[in-house]
Design a protein around this ligand. Structure first.
Ligand code: ATP
Ligand code: ZN
Length: 300
């Protein structure tokens, strides 16, 4: 049953910003693995899932060509690959299964300090340096702007000071890199997070079953991370107000308190973080003995 044909291969970035988060996610989904001697494959020990460690830029191609069934990669690389595949062939493209909660960044135009940006028209006639030429060209086309796109494979932010470009279009998370190179972030054209993708090829049933299971577990992990379990004591006559204050919770469990007619215990799962401010509001509404606990696993 666990032959090569029925084991799922998932491509993950070998070493970079997405690596630890992606392996941690798979472990939270229950995967135990051992590393191959070459350190390039992690073999699943308790699930028929093996992880291939590769450069992130190669992931969409490996998934598209069915070398891997699944891949975890940034939305930026997915979009660039999608546009390139669409341009060169009419084949069906890999599917996006779920956006994950890490690898947040955006693709933005960076303009030299002192130069004006009055909207997309300010790009007209300019030389734009980027590692994402397909995305930038698609944006220019959509906005009917004529500009030249110069492809850089790295260190895009130094292109203006080298005189190679007027403007850049690059990934930003905090904005510190652009600032350090005397550029300001003028316009975002893509928001990105790490995303799970699946091959467009038809898979055997056993693989599809495991992929569905993995997907449910990933959704459970994402929900659990956002959720908190809250327990408190509340006067009966304040229950309505207290329920209103609990962030993102469905019907709470109400438990009688031994020897008390006026008070009950309330237990609820909140689908959002519970901040100090919320606890203070609950206290003002009459709640006491409040406990907030992390949720480890969730399955609807
Ligand atoms: P590789 O060696 O695998 O090609 P890389 O240098 O291209 O690695 P990383 O810098 O590790 O890639 O980034 C991986 C992904 O992390 C990016 O494609 C993007 O989706 C995401 N990311 C999040 N924040 C940033 C950021 N500030 N700059 C660049 N990428 C970011
Ligand atoms: Zn890369």
């Amino acid at each position: 049953m666990d032959s090569n044909e029925t084991r799922i291969k998932i491509a993950v970035q070998k070493s970079g910003r997405l690596t630890d988060h992606s392996m941690d996610l798979l472990v939270r989904c229950g995967l135990r693995y051992s590393r191959g001697r070459d350190q390039l494959i992690c073999y699943g020990e308790n699930m028929p899932i093996d992880v291939l460690l590769v450069r992130d830029d190669d992931i969409p191609g490996l998934v598209q060509e069915d070398v891997c069934d699944l891949g975890i990669v940034g939305g930026n690389i997915i979009e660039e690959s999608r546009l390139n595949i669409e341009e060169t062939s009419k084949t069906e493209i890999f599917k996006k299964l779920v956006s994950l909660d890490y690898g947040h960044c955006r693709l933005s135009f960076g303009i030299p300090d002192g130069d004006d940006f009055l909207g997309s028209e300010s790009l007209e006639g300019k030389r734009i340096a980027t590692s994402y030429p397909a995305i930038v060209k698609a944006y220019l086309k959509e906005n009917e702007i004529n500009a030249s796109v110069i492809q850089f494979s790295g260190a895009v932010e130094i292109a203006p000071s080298l005189g190679r470009a007027d403007i850049i279009c690059d990934l930003v998370s905090s904005g510190a890199t652009m600032k350090a190179h005397n550029l300001y972030e003028a316009k975002t054209i893509l928001e990105s997070t790490a995303t799970l993708i699946q091959t467009p090829s038809i898979l055997v049933d056993s693989k599809t079953d495991w992929i569905n299971r993995l997907l449910q577990r990933i959704k459970g992990v994402l929900q659990a991370k956002e959720s908190k379990y809250i327990m408190l004591h509340a006067p009966r006559d304040a229950l309505q107000e207290i329920r209103r204050l609990l962030p993102g919770s469905e019907a709470p469990t109400i438990i009688p308190l031994e020897g008390r007619q006026d008070k009950v215990a309330v237990h609820a799962v909140c689908r959002e973080n519970v901040f100090w401010g919320t606890l203070e509001d609950l206290k003002d509404a009459g709640a006491s003995s409040m406990l907030v606990l992390p949720v480890e696993k969730m399955l609807a």
